[in-house]
Design a binder for this molecule. Sequence first.
Ligand code: NAD
Length: 283
Amino acid sequence: SSIPTITLNNGLAMPQLGFGVWQVPDEAAAAAVRTAIEAGYRSIDTAAIYENEAGTGQGVREAGVPREELFLTTKLWNSGTKDWSGQAGRDAVLREFDASLERLGTDYVDLYLIHWPRPMHGSYGNIWQAFEELAAGGRAKAVGVSNFGQAELTALFETTSLVPAVNQVELHPYFPQRELRAFHAEHGIATEAWSPLGQGGELLAEPALTKVAAKHGRTAAQVVLRWHLQSGVITIPKSVTPARIKENFEVAGFELDAEDMAAVDSVATGRRIGPDPAGFDWN
Ligand code: NAD
């Protein structure tokens, strides 16, 4: 396909543009995922807490693309791992992972992530031990984290020599995560952006963006996705509208120049849409 890949720190190639399914009800997930795969997407991002792993797996099977041509990500939810500093943490991860595979109807995932760092619960040692076992056994081709900041990554490094392949974090033109991206680059961690379109709406109506879009005869969403790709970030926009699913994949065939990139950069506010992960402990 025309979508570039990012080579992760274990050598695995990950498509730089994928399809996210947060807030897609399980009943609607199969159709959305099938539409995305038919449009050309080869990477799908779900999570146990999205409660749509079954529908996602069904969509994958219905699309009929061989499993090995797809890149599936899911995430460990916070429940069942409350006491994650102990042996119970390791065992709970393996149980949760098995349940995710069962719902997805596959015997491996390409990427398994710790969904939230929850630093108030102590060391990552035993949890990450389970991730190392999954990676060594090939049931997760790569393992990583989500919503980790520099402090949480540093704490993780103290318990392990297996550096996460990916850190999936909130990242869009309003909140570009420059410092964290530089830290990732130093440590060989790929940056993956969640809510890459800033959840739509206000961001996509920014005059600085609509101006660049008009210049290229593209939409603001396509300009934002180009900005992600040209920034070296992995991006996973979500939509359930077939026309938008296709639009978000059609980001080849044009390029933002330095001035366009600067125009997108100019809307940064440094404000998050989602919670600050350092204090987030929802179950
Ligand atoms: P997003 O930035 O992808 O925005 C999605 C919304 O933008 C859609 O619901 C729609 O309203 C709008 N939209 C999409 N395409 C559009 C287009 N072409 N034109 C106009 N509007 C458009 O937001 P998201 O769903 O929050 O994030 C994407 C994915 O990131 C999720 O589905 C999920 O997979 C992942 N995610 C992960 C975490 C995490 O904690 N790891 C948190 C949030 C999201």
